[in-house]
Design a protein around this ligand. Structure first.
Ligand code: ATP
Ligand code: MG
Length: 554
């Protein structure tokens, strides 16, 4: 993948190759299959796969599946789909659970070296003994068990003799280390649970901090790239790799997490939104998940370019969601066919157009990409326009339709509003207009000018469609205000209840065969994607990807 910008990790890899420290680099993307990937993960994917590509190395996709109660095959499948969709091909496809035998052997080695012991303290006692940032921890009374006893107990843990939580295997490091991660961290716990990959073979499972560095070492990962919250764990990882006598010694480098405004970026929180029914699944188009963005209509190209623009640095930053929107507009500009759709229809009868006559008009599919050709659209005596494009008593500088005013219909004629029809409640339900045949689009008419250009669809052939309009899922402004006033709220208190609007409108008849994931630019509205979940061959449902307007500047 092309990537011209430099960053600190790239410089390190370059040096490692130039100095001969590594002939080939190996990176990996190591998700835990306990949820769907979000766009923060896309950043990690782009970095890991991008660097390996650039230096002709390899990247593994490895599932960090050491926590059977939270993990599921559904998540494994979705992660594979998302990585591939983003445009990346992994070299090795691995599972931490494939290494459980080796991990067990390495843990036994630690016991034999006097570097690990079985502890009977309860989780609560262990927390108490752990100390704090300012106070050293206390050694467990079980810390000095003999190697023989530890070997025996660990084997019996494996054999299923103990209840969940009754015993753990801990590293014997230093209870007074200033780094809390080094205060005899737990390496193995008892968990009688069925694993999505190993079934009931194991009832003890390695802890992430023990498993993760071993996984990297087993695969010969050279540059183990992760986010900064693991920086304090690095000394422990180095300890594990050294004490377990792993041949290959991965080096870890940390970069700052990606956050985006007006959303949440943590699987735990996203899971809550799904499970508590705030959204319609992990792939809800309002979610920052890869599957949600895909369903909304974002493209892999747009996501990759966005993520690259956010850069790689030590500090985590919050990117403006407008920046992500900018990249999808850029990507779709030349690709998406233009079309006209009416989201809130108002009927217009053109009284001087011959009754029963329908003419076909030609319109370019994408004026910014003429190679896409032209389409045919019907025009007749009855059309729909947007309710918003008419005002009975307009303010100054209103150039759209109002009584007595003339506007241009895109690709068609000038029309003039002659009469307003209302229902018994005074609502405008129809306009009567006249058109001027001289003003036909494409004929070079220059007789007079009008200031407004409206989109429209011919009424008798128009196809009904559903439009789903989105607003941000989380109201940052509200959330920040609450935080500042000291109010105790969670992100769930600031979910935007108006983040989805569903409306019924009309589209051009040439769109009768649209397929899920087809993308269009609806003239004057924005970019839309055919929703793969709700669309049927009978009725298309469009997700609004992004509007046309933006104040965002790169
Ligand atoms: P979450 O906190 O959302 O659950 P995680 O870090 O627990 O994410 P993992 O499945 O462990 O999720 O992540 C796989 C990789 O993706 C890790 O290397 C992690 O550092 C990286 N990653 C996760 N979130 C982000 C983010 N917001 N920005 C960049 N990288 C991320
Ligand atoms: Mg995690």
């Amino acid at each position: 993948m092309e990537n011209n910008s430099s960053n600190f990790i790239k410089s390190i890899i370059k040096e490692d190759i130039e100095s001969g420290k590594h002939k080939e680099i190996i990176t990996r993307f190591p998700p835990e299959p306990n949820g769907y990937l979000h766009i923060g993960h896309a950043k990690s994917i782009v970095i890991n796969f991008g660097l390996a590509d650039e230096f002709n190395g390899k990247t593994n996709l490895r599932f960090d599946d050491t926590n059977p109660t939270k993990e599921d095959q559904e998540f494994v499948d979705s992660i594979k789909e998302d990585v591939a969709w983003l445009g990346f091909e992994w070299d090795g496809l691995f599972y931490a659970s494939n290494y459980f035998d080796e991990m067990y052997e390495r843990a036994v080695l630690l016991i034999k070296k006097g570097k690990a012991y079985v502890d009977d303290l309860t989780a609560e006692q262990m927390r108490e003994y752990r100390g704090t940032l300012t106070e050293p921890g206390k050694e467990s009374p079980y810390r000095d068990r003999s190697i023989e006893e530890n070997l025996d107990l660990f084997e019996r843990m494996k054999n299923g003799e103990f209840e969940n939580g009754s015993k753990v295997l801990r590293a014997k490091i230093d209870m007074s280390s200033p780094n809390l991660n080094m205060r005899d961290p737990v390496l193995y716990r008892v968990a009688h649970a069925t694993h999505h990959n190993t079934g009931d073979k194991w009832c003890i499972y390695p802890m992430y901090d023990f498993a993760h560095p071993l996984e990297d070492a087993i695969e010969g990962v050279t540059h183990s790239i992760c986010t900064t919250e693991f920086e304090d764990h690095r000394p422990l990882y180095d300890w594990v790799v050294a004490e377990c006598e792993m041949e290959s010694k991965p080096h870890q480098y940390e970069f700052g997490r990606l956050n985006i405004t007006n959303t949440v970026m943590s699987k735990r929180k996203l899971k809550q939104l799904v499970e508590e029914g705030y959204v319609d699944g992990w792939d809800d188009p309002r979610m920052p998940t890869i599957s949600g963005l895909r369903r909304r209509g974002y493209t892999p190209e747009a996501i990759r370019e966005f993520v690259k623009e956010t850069g790689v640095s030590k500090s985590s930053g919050t990117a403006d969601s407008a920046m992500l929107e900018h990249f999808v507009r850029e990507d779709l500009k030349l690709k998406a066919p233009r079309t006209m759709g009416i989201l809130r229809p108002l009927k217009v009868v053109i009284t001087n157009y011959p009754e029963g006559q329908v003419e076909m008009l030609e319109a370019e599919i994408n004026p910014e990409n003429p190679e896409m050709g032209v389409r045919q659209i019907p025009f007749s005596r009855e059309i729909y326009i947007e309710q918003d494009d008419f005002m009975e008593n307009p303010p100054k500088k209103y150039f759209r339709l109002f009584p007595g005013n003339e506007v241009r219909l895109k690709h068609a004629y000038f029309i003039k509003c002659e009469e307003v029809i209302k229902d018994e409640n005074g609502n405008v339900i129809e306009l009567r207009c006249t058109y001027d045949p001289e003003t036909k689009s494409g004929t070079g008419f220059t007789g007079r000018k009008v200031k407004g250009t409206l989109h429209w669809v011919e009424a008798t052939q128009a196809i009904q469609a559903q439009f789903r309009l989105y607003e941000p899922l989380i109201l940052d402004a509200e959330l920040n205000e609450a935080a500042q006033s000291g109010e105790e709220t969670t992100f769930l208190d600031h979910v935007n209840k108006d983040s989805l609007k569903v409306i019924q409108g009309f589209i051009e008849p040439n769109m009768k065969d649209v397929k899920p994931q087809d993308k269009f630019q609806f003239f004057r509205h924005g970019y839309f994607n055919v929703d793969p979940k709700h669309s049927t061959p009978e009725k298309a449902v469009f997700n609004m990807i992004v509007s046309l307007k933006s104040s965002f500047k790169l």
